[in-house]
Design a binder for this molecule. Structure first.
Ligand SMILES: [Zn+2]
Length: 268
């Protein structure tokens, strides 16, 4: 019965995907929370005091929950940046007009978070945006092609239904491996970084470019005549999807430590 409920939930995914699903965003939040300095952890707790779940994991999906509302409709373009080609050339005036893209949104919200001239409510909202967007920008399809809206218009077959490629990356790759995000965190947190070492680049544009370049380098688009997504595709791409979650968690923690615990300027 539980399995049937899970399959049903997967079948009812929205037509336009929203960024790592609930699980992916929570995993990034929890991985970051574990890497906060005591000072930053205390600042986060103070900012989130009004939240039902006052943790980074607990607020990680909020930006997706509000983006369809009238009050927050302006934030819709802040969840992604779309490029003209997989050469990934970034022209701010074209790809981020008026600062309405994820690259500028992260920098802007981080600045509000670190500015004590704003009210606690404003800074708490900025924190919730930052937690979400640092997750989104590490999902390759959030820095994808304008032509198919980051994979939202590229249709694929998965489990005898029509999906789009963006949703495969938001949900299916993680969920097919481990539907319980808390168990997945325990699997990812102790994993060694491997030969590339821990992430070293701390600029939001660099994170977006990594995502965009990975789309071609890792053949994320299946060939035109092979639009059936099977377990082989999910398993082939899962290690990279998991690496992106871990990079997002480490970078989010570095950003929050530097912004909220000024004694530790490890974000530049
Ligand atoms: Zn999002």
């Amino acid at each position: 019965m539980l399995l049937r409920a899970a399959v049903f939930a997967l079948a009812c995914l929205p037509a336009v995907a929203l960024g790592w699903g609930d699980a992916g965003h929570r995993i990034v939040g929890e991985l970051a929370e574990r890497q906060l300095t005591p000072g930053a952890r205390a600042a986060v707790a103070a900012l989130l005091i009004d939240e039902a779940d006052p943790t980074l994991a607990g607020v990680a999906k909020w930006a997706d929950d509000v983006r369809g509302s009238e009050a927050y409709g302006y934030s819709r373009p802040w969840h992604y940046v779309n490029f003209d080609s997989l050469d990934c050339e970034y022209l701010p005036e074209r790809h981020c007009p008026n600062g309405d893209c994820i690259v500028a949104a992260i920098a802007r919200q981080a600045a509000v978070l670190g500015d004590y001239g704003y009210s606690r409510q404003q800074r708490a909202e900025a924190l919730k945006f930052v937690v979400h967007f640092v997750g989104d920008v590490h999902q390759p399809m959030h820095a994808g092609l304008r032509a198919d809206r980051g994979g939202n218009n590229t249709l694929v077959d998965f489990r005898q239904r029509q999906w789009n490629l963006h949703a495969i990356w938001d949900f299916a790759i993680l969920n097919s491996h481990q539907p319980d995000w808390r168990i997945h965190v325990e699997e990812l947190a102790p994993r060694p970084w491997g030969e590339d070492g821990p992430p070293t680049d701390f600029a939001p544009l660099a994170w977006a470019l990594e995502s965009c370049r990975a789309i071609r380098a890792r053949a994320i688009y299946p060939p035109e005549d092979q639009r059936l997504i099977g377990r082989d595709y999910l398993e082939r791409h899962r290690p990279f999807a998991e690496l992106r979650l871990r990079q997002a968690g480490a970078r989010l923690a570095a950003l929050l430590n530097a912004t909220l615990d000024p004694g530790r300027p490890d974000f530049d």
